[in-house]
Design a protein around this ligand. Sequence first.
Ligand SMILES: [Zn+2]
Length: 411
Amino acid sequence: MEAVRQVICSLSERVREETHSGMQTPHFFPLGEGLELTEMERQEDQLVLHVMATSRSARCPLCNQPATRLHSRYRRLVKDLPCTGQQVQLILHVRKFFCDTVECVRKVFAERLPQFVAPWAQMTTRLNQALQTIGLATCGRLGARLAAHLGITTSWMTIVRRVMALPTPPVDHVECLGLDDFAFRRGRTFGTVVVDLDAHQIIDLLPDRQAETAATWMGKHPEITHVSRDRGTEYASASSTGAPQAIQVAARFHVCKNLSEAVQRLLARVLSEMKAASQEGSGKTNTQKEPFASVEEWRPDPGVQVARTIATRRGERDARYQQAVHLHEQGRSIKEIASQLGISQRTVRHWFARGVAPDTRPRRKRQSDFDPYAAYVLKRWHDGERNGTRIFQEIAAASVTQAHNAWSIAS
Ligand SMILES: [Zn+2]
């Protein structure tokens, strides 16, 4: 039975060779050595090319020995580069051979066309490279749109996958290393970007910003002499563990950022203190705090530190608001003002619509143990009672009476 099958296969092989041997592969569409165009047809908007290998033998992928005994053929559909703007669909007539090497466990194998198409790939190597080039120059979605204009039908996901399939070049030698975090999803998931500061190139991306991950990476590079990092604790500990031999330096970007933030905070604090002092001088403030008018208005005292921070931030915002007003009076557009002050256009519009310094809204009230007694204290205050201890004693006495009544009812 096997012999009959073999005869049929070799006969059909000969017939096919004789039938198709006349067709020339067009010079404008080279297929590479060892491949021959046997048939060409047009289907709607694409060219369909039938291609077969011309070599008499193929090497077994397992034992690498040449084989000539034909087993069968099958058709494999592969997309190729477009030709004059038309999509090209290749139908590869792939042969299967018997491997006659006695020791080889592979009995039958399909011939490989390694220069032209990778095993199991659905597109030729050259189309794959074209998509990678497009993807690297643009991005997924833009790449897919550009490719459509060039006659390649693909999806953004395919382009992204093709780019991701590119191997990362190995990191050989790095002396001055830069570490910083970046966001995969802003505010949610972060990774670490590893930079060769001598070459000014990103050399790796780590999946998170944990100290252990960065330390493990640095541990493989004992040649590191300097680590430039932010001023957080994670990369500091990573550098100490992973590259104890290296000198750690604060990145220029972070030094400038921290410095400018500190100066801004200082100026805002000075501004708020100056404002308070001038109000005091003009007799605007009372040494005795105004009592709150209603229970809803009452807010727990935030404490000295928090109050100072709030005042500083408010001073900062006030100064910025004044700057915005000043720029607006000079005839600057909202866009210009926003970019100069480093805030969003929406914020600027919001400020001008309100026409007052921002953050004058009452802050959200926090829960407090005092809440149940606020109404009583307010009532006593309005009655003219100014002695805190006495009000406290009244509340304490009322609580005892309440508890006693509750106990009497229960028993
Ligand atoms: Zn073999």
